[in-house]
Design a protein around this ligand. Structure first.
Ligand code: CS2
Length: 467
């Protein structure tokens, strides 16, 4: 049996390795949520930034619940590989920017002491949309969210991302330290502003003076992140094993494309991520709107079309010309809701997205993208629909995409979603002539501008009835 990847593994020359001395790397970042996306995105940017401009920016990788990636990092001295895949071939790179690893569920104290450590200056986060406890109807804290409720009850024993952020900031304030910068890397619009509001709300409920201190001294830059990273499978690990000549339990496949647009507003410094290609700006909003509406909105459409057509992967959907055409139609409609994006040619961006979705070497499961659709609809499909109706447009493509979602839930008879029971109840009580009505009745899901737009709702119905 092959040995496990570790700092003593002799790797083939074809594998790109960290070009800095890992033994000299000190921690400066805590990252919360060490799923595949983080491993193929922020950790890669940090590795390349360290290569260009070495400094104390090693990552302490924290997972809130599952110990699996933490145990794997421990077994591999913090190393893992990414395989960048395209038609021109596979390229393997070992990432060594991670210097420590903690599972919060079993070692809360060590997470809190990392957050309270003056050496930590930035906390980056990828925990997915549903983990924040954001009430879509108010934009504020959802007190019924499990982790939010737990963290409000026991602020000194956090379990959720907000609880850890707030308790960590409280510890720093008590110690007379500066706060850390909180850098949200989840696909939420104005993600930094959203997290700032939620952190302040939670902090205010426990201590108004703490909230005032965070409001004054804390920084929550917005960021837009982009890279297609399918969940790893046995095939992914097998492929990595062949490239590395060693076993890598954390291996992931990803596409060549990589983008990070970050608001340059940090409390006390950051790695030279620009040396790795990150774009720093004082306004991320046009970039994130472009990405959420064109990439993610179309992804949601394609994923549910794929489910309806019994196709496994996004690339399978794109291989059907009639379905690929729907992706283009969707983007060409929604693009009219976007402001000009500095440095980006939108028609070329759309063409590039269609090519990225079609990458035949990327096995991105439709079911993975269909996960948590209720958490994704507002920013991906519903806000552009609201904008288009306000512009006097029919917003036909967004209505079609919402209809496709409803039809796919109905067909599957299941979904993996925090609002699963409500979604399945709506699917079970669909009216023959107004099939979307039970979905529009799910509290807080559709904004009033859409719930009251009869013409748009008729288009949703027509889409549902076409399947
Ligand atoms: C996808 C995203 O799973 C999903 O909902 O749309 O994860 C997408 O692959 C990334 O945002 C690409 O940057």
């Amino acid at each position: 049996m092959l040995q496990r990847l570790s700092s003593t593994t002799g790797l083939p020359d074809t594998v790109r390795q960290p070009r800095f001395d890992r033994t000299k790397l000190k921690p400066g970042i805590v990252h919360i949520g060490i799923g595949a996306f983080h491993r193929a995105h922020q950790a890669v940017f940090t590795q390349h930034a360290l290569e260009a401009d070495f400094g104390p920016w090693g990552i302490i990788a924290v997972n809130l619940r599952s110990p699996d990636p933490v145990e794997a990092l421990a077994a591999q001295n913090g190393l893992y590989s990414i395989t960048t895949r395209s038609e021109t071939g596979d390229h393997s790179e070992v990432i060594g920017a991670t210097v420590d690893w903690i599972c919060a569920a079993s070692d809360r104290a060590r997470v809190l002491s990392a957050l309270a450590d003056p050496a930590i200056r930035v906390v980056t986060i990828t925990v997915s949309e549903k983990a924040y406890g954001l009430d879509p109807a108010t934009g504020g804290l959802d007190h019924t969210h499990q982790a939010v409720a737990a963290d409000l009850g026991r602020p000194d024993a956090p379990v959720g991302v907000l609880g850890f952020l707030v308790e960590g900031l409280a510890l720093r304030r008590a110690a007379g330290l500066a706060p850390y910068t909180v850098l949200c890397c989840d696909n939420l619009p104005s993600n930094g502003k959203v997290v700032r509001r939620l952190v302040l709300e939670m902090a205010r409920l426990r201590d108004p003076a703490l909230a005032d201190w965070i409001a004054e001294k804390g920084r929550f830059p917005c960021s837009m992140v982009d890279r297609i990273v399918p969940a790893a499978t046995h095939t992914t690990r097998h492929r990595a094993e062949k490239l590395l000549g060693a076993q890598d339990a954390l291996a992931i496949d990803t596409e060549p494309f990589l983008q990070w647009v970050v608001e340059d507003d940090f409390v006390s410094g950051r790695p030279a991520w620009e040396a790795a290609g990150a774009i720093f700006t004082d306004n991320v909003e046009p970039y994130e709107k472009m990405k959420l509406r064109l990439l993610n909105g179309t992804h949601t459409l394609l994923a549910h079309l794929g489910i309806l057509e019994n196709l496994d992967y996004i690339r399978d959907v794109m291989a059907k010309p009639d379905l690929a055409a729907k992706a283009r139609i969707h983007m060409e409609e929604v693009v009219s809701t976007l402001d000009p994006v500095p440095g980006i040619d939108l028609p070329a961006y759309i063409d590039d997205l269609l090519a990225r979705f079609s990458n035949p070497t990327i096995d991105h499961r439709n079911l993975q993208i269909a996960l948590d659709t209720t958490q994704k609809l507002p920013q991906r499909l519903l806000s552009p629909a609201v904008d288009m109706l306000a512009m006097g447009e029919t917003a036909a493509a967004t209505a079609y995409a919402v209809g496709v979602w409803i039809a796919s839930v109905k067909k599957r008879g299941d979904c993996n979603d925090p609002r699963r029971s409500e979604v399945l109840a709506a699917a079970a009580s669909m009216d023959a002539t107004d099939p979307s009505a039970s979905f529009f009745a799910i509290p807080g899901l559709f904004p009033p501008e859409l719930a009251g737009a009869r013409g748009w709702r008729n288009r949703v119905n027509a889409a549902i009835l076409s399947f």
